[in-house]
Design a binder for this molecule. Structure first.
Ligand code: PMP
Length: 461
């Protein structure tokens, strides 16, 4: 490194000291060393040190069409020059209107009215605020409780964090809220010897019992991801969502499907709720893949039948006073429209459906390795769960250290793996080829084998 490079590095390190990152380890504040990325290209990102890495998690489950797409950059730049912003509180812009029509055509059932937010947390927050508004307008002030699942993740606003069942995220936050009730994660590894059908019955019975315990007149909503993504790609037993939805319908409970991860092609469809998981929800939330992560945007599609109950003659003079300065931001919506055009033009949904079996098989080829306790996949999202003792269902601190070590080895070998504790989660850009899937899984294989050796030698403890 020459003097100029050392100087640039020092300036960069100095600047980074001012950045507070998500999930910052406070004990190491100012001294953490997250890799600094310089640019992205296709399914790769490149560090400022020139290291090229396969982006295994697609950023955070979002860079569907990959990096450095001129089409998106052009659409954003054209829109920024035409109309960079307008207030959504009293005007409308064309990209937002056009995008809402496109999304309404993609969603199942009568989910034809779209509200835009700034990301996934605000999408879920708005969906929950809508159910609050809905029941107040209907004169049911007690119908406010929300049923959610352990190991779910729904965001970082106060309300959505409180609905998230990943307990590791709870310490030192005032998470508990009387209105939120948890039921089990539909994780077959927690089935305790039950068959899939028996476990499904158990989960549905548990939901019914929770409803009876709380009183159906106090429950407003059920909030669930089609598959629990951050929880470790937990795929529920077949028929799970439809059976819970039937109970929700019978008790006038709003069923919210959080598709922040699964929408926009991750599971081979625009939206996964109906076509992959067999349920038509009342509300669907989305974010991430809608712009392939080029610019922030989220939103929700709401059922017209639901809206009819609190609009027109039923509205009692009330307005749904929820919104953001950047609701339906024209540049974000233009990026989303360009993203949809690329996904359609390049047949990316068909591609995901085509390679998803290959992806699942490749991950499953790791299932005989030491440490590998379970492999799960749907579309282009998968998880290889690693445990020091593969017979255990629940991970401990050693397993999390093991997971971190596997991630670190893979990183050195040229692959980013999403480090979710002991779970190696892969959700690559949707444009990934079969050869690139092979490359990605070969690196993960090496990461697991090396970590297993280190564990056997007592180097991880
Ligand atoms: N819901 C789900 C299912 C998510 O995975 C996430 C983010 N990972 C969110 C909501 C929150 O989205 P955002 O980070 O864009 O606010």
């Amino acid at each position: 490194m020459d003097g100029a490079q050392v100087g640039a590095l020092e300036r960069e390190m100095d600047a980074r000291r001012h950045l507070l990152s998500p999930a910052e380890e406070m004990a190491k504040l100012g001294s953490t060393s997250r890799p600094l990325l310089a640019y992205g290209e296709g399914i790769h990102v490149v560090g400022t040190n020139g290291r090229r890495l396969i982006d295994g998690p697609a950023g955070m489950w979002c860079t569907q069409i990959g990096y450095a797409r001129r089409e998106i950059a052009d659409a954003m730049s054209e829109q920024a020059l035409r109309l960079s912003y307008n207030s959504p509180w009293y005007t409308v812009n064309s990209p937002a209107a056009e995008l809402s029509a496109r999304i309404a055509a993609m969603t199942p059932g009568d989910l034809d009215r779209v509200f835009f937010t700034t990301g996934g947390s605000t999408a879920v927050d708005t969906a929950l605020r809508f159910t609050e508004f809905f029941n107040n307008v209907l004169g049911r002030p007690l119908k406010k409780r929300i049923i959610v699942r352990k190991d779910g993740y729904h965001g970082s606003t106060s309300l959505t964090a409180a609905c998230s069942g990943r307990e590791g995220n709870w310490p030192n936050f005032d998470i508990r809220q009387d209105r939120i009730a948890f039921i089990s994660s539909p994780n077959m590894r927690l089935a305790e010897g039950r068959s899939e059908a028996e476990f499904l019955d158990f989960l549905v019975d548990e939901f019914s019992s929770k409803l009876a315990e709380l009183g159906p007149d106090t429950v407003a909503a059920f909030l669930a991801e089609p598959l629990q993504a951050s929880g470790g790609v937990i795929i529920p037993p077949t028929g799970y969502h439809a059976r819970i939805k039937a109970i929700c319908e019978a008790n006038d409970i709003v069923y919210i499907s959080d598709e922040v991860v699964t929408a926009f092609g991750r599971c081979g469809e625009w939206f996964a709720s109906e076509k992959v998981f067999g349920v038509v929800p009342d509300i669907i939330t989305f974010a991430k893949g809608v712009t392939s992560g080029y610019v922030p945007l989220g939103g929700l599609a709401i059922s017209e039948r639901l809206l009819a109950r609190v609009s027109g003659d039923n509205a009692r003079g009330s307005s749904f006073t929820n919104g953001y300065t950047y609701t339906g931001h024209p540049v974000s919506c233009a990026a989303a429209l360009a993203n949809i055009k690329v996904i359609e033009g390049e047949g990316i949904l068909e591609h995901v459906r085509d390679v998803s079996g290959y992806f699942a098989e490749a991950l499953n080829s790791l299932s005989g390795l030491p440490l590998v306790a379970d492999v799960r996949a749907s579309g282009l999202v998968g998880c290889v769960e690693c445990l020091a003792d593969t017979e255990r269902a629940v991970a401990g601190d050693l397993d999390r250290r093991l997971g971190a070590r596997i991630d670190a080895i893979c990183f050195d070998l040229g692959l980013i793996v999403r480090p979710i504790g002991h779970m190696c989660v892969l959700s690559p850009p949707l444009i990934i080829t079969r050869a690139q899937i092979d490359e990605m899984v070969a690196i993960l294989r090496q990461g697991i084998l090396r970590a297993a050796d280190e564990l056997a030698r007592g180097e991880i403890f």
